[in-house]
Design a protein around this ligand. Structure first.
Ligand code: PLP
Length: 388
């Protein structure tokens, strides 16, 4: 059997057309985009073309796009940058309990600096209630940061509504759109977004390349000081090949976005329906409808996610678990605990994320393999024996 990759939410393969677009900028076109001579200007022109393409895709202006080293840096920049720039105005940040660690750890860092952070709960489907956002706002609130869609369970948040609330109160609104940028159609104006984080390697672009959209007029302190690249908002010579690759990845995503949403949704639903027909004692984590077209997150009773992943890997199927493996202990995912899953079920979770190369035959192969794996592991599980 050909290997089957179903971990596109972790990263995507770089599209060959993206690699080809990047290649000249590793060799022939090597100028520093800040240089005034022709070598530099040629690199700058390519960089600005990519910036304009990406900005248009978001319904933004090119000057509102700052290139970064990835989603993590963009989240750090947005949250620390707005907190530091608005310290005199207030000291309170609102986020959710199910954000990516890039947001949660940044908020914890700010707490150590004396900021106060409200971590909003989510319901059993992983949704933030906009009414909770309203309740959490104080006259000291300077930033609301809620992710567009969750990377583990795929739940899509009511971002437009939360953004509207923030706008009405004059509070800056950031969204981590790492899992939706290039995968769902939206513009920053439709969703009332002031700051948006995205990462190229989630949409068939290069790794180590990201962006922060910053709405004109937003007060933000730079994270990286030095030269005045990116209009003084992020120092360091730009990663020109990475930026060109990011631009190409966005161009390709834009061309197939609508049909990919339909295709992946249908594959996802075939998977979910098929797996419920074949295995008992399972649960779909995340919202049944408001979920990413490519996300399937399951909890399987009486067995551990790691065992299933390793068994599937031996059969050539790559997926991931909701549990993060720390050096000595297996910590259940903070997302699954936040949606109220008991420890046992959060340990038995699996995430399959589909992508550009996923075909119907791959879904069918997993629908055949997973029941075998679950059957084998359950036969050895004292927990399952106790339930029968
Ligand atoms: N935010 C979310 C929701 C993610 O899924 C990820 C990556 O998994 C990140 C942030 C971090 O992005 P990067 O790997 O580009 O630093």
């Amino acid at each position: 059997m050909n290997p089957i990759y179903m971990d596109y939410a972790a990263t995507t393969p770089t599209d060959q057309r993206v690699v080809e677009a990047m290649m000249p900028y590793f060799g022939e076109i090597y100028g520093n985009p800040s240089s005034l001579h022709g070598f530099g200007q040629e690199a700058r022109a390519a960089m600005e073309e990519a910036r304009a393409k990406i900005a248009a895709f978001l319904g933004a202006k090119p000057a509102e796009i700052v290139f970064t080293s990835g989603g993590t840096e963009s989240d750090n920049f947005a949250i620390k940058g707005v907190a530091w720039a608005n310290r005199k105005k207030g000291d309170h940040v609102i986020t959710s309990a199910i954000e990516h660690h890039a947001v949660l750890e940044t908020c914890r860092f700010l707490e150590k600096e004396g900021f106060r952070v409200t971590y909003l709960p989510v319901d059993e489907d992983g949704l933030v209630d906009p009414a909770d956002v309203v309740k959490a706002i104080t006259d000291r609130t300077i930033l609301i940061s809620i992710m567009h869609a969750n990377n583990e369970i795929g739940t899509i948040q009511p971002i437009a509504e939360i953004g509207r609330i923030a706008k009405e109160k004059g509070i800056c609104f950031h969204t981590d759109a790492v899992q939706t940028f290039g995968h769902l159609p939206f513009t920053v104006d439709e969703l009332n977004i002031d700051l948006l984080s995205a990462s190229a390697h989630k949409l068939y672009g290069p790794k180590g390349m990201g962006l922060l959209y910053i709405r004109k007029g937003t007060r933000i302190t730079p994270l990286v000081h030095g030269g005045d690249q990116e209009s003084g908002r992020r120092a360091s010579t730009q990663n020109v090949p990475g930026i060109v690759g990011f631009g190409k990845a966005v161009e390709l995503a834009a061309a197939t976005l609508q049909e990919e949403v339909v295709r992946l949704t249908s594959l996802r639903d075939r998977f979910i329906q098929g797996i419920f027909e074949r295995i008992d004692g399972i649960r779909l984590n995340g919202h049944p409808a408001r979920r990413l077209p490519n996300n399937i997150n399951l909890s399987v009773e009486s067995i551990e996610g790691e065992g299933m992943i390793l068994s599937l890997d031996m059969m050539g199927i790559a997926c991931s678990t909701g549990s993060a493996c720390s050096s000595s202990s297996l910590e259940p995912s903070h997302v699954l605990l936040a949606i109220g899953l008991p420890h046992e079920l959060s340990h038995g979770s699996l995430r399959f994320s589909l992508g550009m190369y996923t075909k119907e035959g791959d879904i069918d192969a997993v629908l055949e393999a997973l029941p075998q794996v679950v059957g084998r592991l359950r036969a050895m599980s004292p927990l399952y024996a106790g339930k029968k």
